[in-house]
Design a protein around this ligand. Structure first.
Ligand code: PA5
Length: 433
């Protein structure tokens, strides 16, 4: 059965402590449902898996097919919530070496507009070289500097390669339905457009066209992704905390925060989940870090980072807790063979498989960290596939909303990110600043 299993045994949080939040969680549950009805609020993601435009969904699949037929590369231009969700899902569900595979059924997915490094852009131009490519530029506001600059550069490249007419048919714009510079440009140039609904903020938008077009182009089944999210929408709709694992996670992290565990580290033992962690960091960091409050969301890839961050986690400041993502069954496995000479001393593992070793590393690490006063929350999924990832995305989105409400912040705004922009525009002498 498709589910996210939450295990709080090693979290140092008791069921009794959790259930003290029963009434307040019920209140936030109802508040969230009410806010979802308000088109001027940012809670449209709550019912998105059952309430999305089927027409646009079909157009997304058609566009993905067209891109796969005419392009070797899809360049996804966007930053923050306008690219992290797509990248998280694509990397979780495709080969770690996807961009090196020569025999291809789907275009390479490359990313731009998420930094201001000239090296990055020049190297990307070189990597695209003579390959056929299309662009999906994604910006809800339509005015964000990083993607706007990247789009200007790559649009020029596309137009000089194909001419203005053909370039036009290779540009896909995902933006606001009515406003913003990108919307205006798309209208004027006649680019194909997809909409980021008004009532869904960037970091909650992965299951809209923002994520779905790049994800579909990479060959991932977006019907299954949405189905996983739909099942999560149904499962985590129970207002009773006692039966809602998603809400229990939200409460447990708040209880830990109150006991001065102010940093949460999301831990994976699967490198494919690296960008999922980046997406999760943005979701929780931007939603909760305000009013001088909020758990600091960090992430590690184990066992890799056990050899870099492991020391700190075991023995540094004791303000940490971990949330470990456990994948029960890897897609593939490797058996460790016996060796006659056994010079590397590994014959004690002969006959075992690599996932068994990975799991033992996980168990040993959890034991060590819990002993070292780092509480562990364990979240298990059965496998990495479309349904499960869709389910997990929804699980974390809803937990984030409830968690932020328990914390006493508005999880859906991000006033803090404007500060750096004001300074930067002033320094760049942008008119009006
Ligand atoms: O979650 C958010 O709202 C932000 O991270 C945005 O996604 C990010 O700043 C990009 O904004 P935009 O899509 O307007 O270019």
């Amino acid at each position: 059965m498709l589910e996210v299993k939450l295990n709080l045994e090693k979290s140092k949080v008791t069921t009794e402590e959790i259930l003290k939040y029963k009434e307040s969680v019920e209140k936030y549950h109802n508040e969230l449902k009410e806010r979802a009805l308000d088109n001027n609020d940012y809670v449209g993601w709550l019912e998105l898996p059952t309430n999305y435009s089927k027409l646009e969904f079909t157009r997304i699949k058609q566009a993905a097919k067209r891109i796969s037929e005419d392009s070797d590369v899809l360049l996804v231009i966007g930053i923050g919530g306008s690219y992290l969700g797509a990248r998280a899902v694509i990397e979780a569900l495709t080969s770690s070496f996807d961009n090196m595979l020569q025999e291809r059924k789907h275009p390479y997915i490359l990313y731009a507009g998420n930094n201001l490094s000239p090296n990055y852009i020049n190297e990307l131009v070189e990597a695209i070289g003579n390959k056929d490519f299309s662009i999906n530029v994604i910006s809800k506001s339509g005015t964000t500097t990083e993607p706007a600059i990247a789009f200007r550069i790559f649009r020029e490249m596309l137009e000089s390669k194909y001419g203005i007419e053909e370039a036009r048919s290779r540009i896909y714009v995902t933006t606001d339905e009515k406003k913003g510079a990108l919307k205006k440009l798309a209208e004027q140039e006649g680019y194909e457009q997809f909409v980021i609904p008004d009532n869904i903020g960037g970091r909650f938008s992965v299951l809209t066209a923002v994520g779905l077009l790049p994800i579909a182009t990479s060959g991932i089944d977006i019907d299954k992704l949405m189905e996983g999210a739909r099942l999560a929408q149904v499962r985590y709709n129970d207002s009773d905390l006692k039966y809602n694992e998603c809400y229990k996670y939200a409460v447990a992290r708040n209880i830990l925060y109150k006991s001065n565990k102010t940093t949460e580290i999301l831990v994976n033992y699967e490198p494919k989940m690296h960008y999922f962690t980046e997406w999760w960091k943005q979701l929780y960091g931007e939603s909760e870090g305000k009013d001088k409050k909020g758990i600091f969301p960090a992430g590690v890839d184990f066992t890799t980072d056990l050899h870099s961050m492991g020391q700190y986690i075991q023995d540094g400041r004791r303000d940490l807790f971990e949330t470990v993502l456990r994948i029960e069954n890897p897609e593939t496995n490797i058996k460790i063979n016996a060796d006659d000479d056994n010079l590397d001393g590994l014959n004690y593992l002969a006959g075992k498989d690599l996932d068994y070793v990975n799991k033992k590393a996980m168990e040993g690490t959890i034991q060590a960290h819990v002993t070292g006063d780092v509480p562990n929350i364990l979240i298990s999924i059965e496998k990495l596939d479309e349904e499960t990832i869709g389910h997990l995305v929804y699980f974390f989105e809803k937990a984030c909303a409830i968690s932020g409400m328990i914390l006493g912040v508005n999880p859906f705004n991000q006033p803090g990110v404007e500060e750096y922009k004001k300074n930067m525009f002033k320094l760049l002498e942008k008119p009006g600043y």
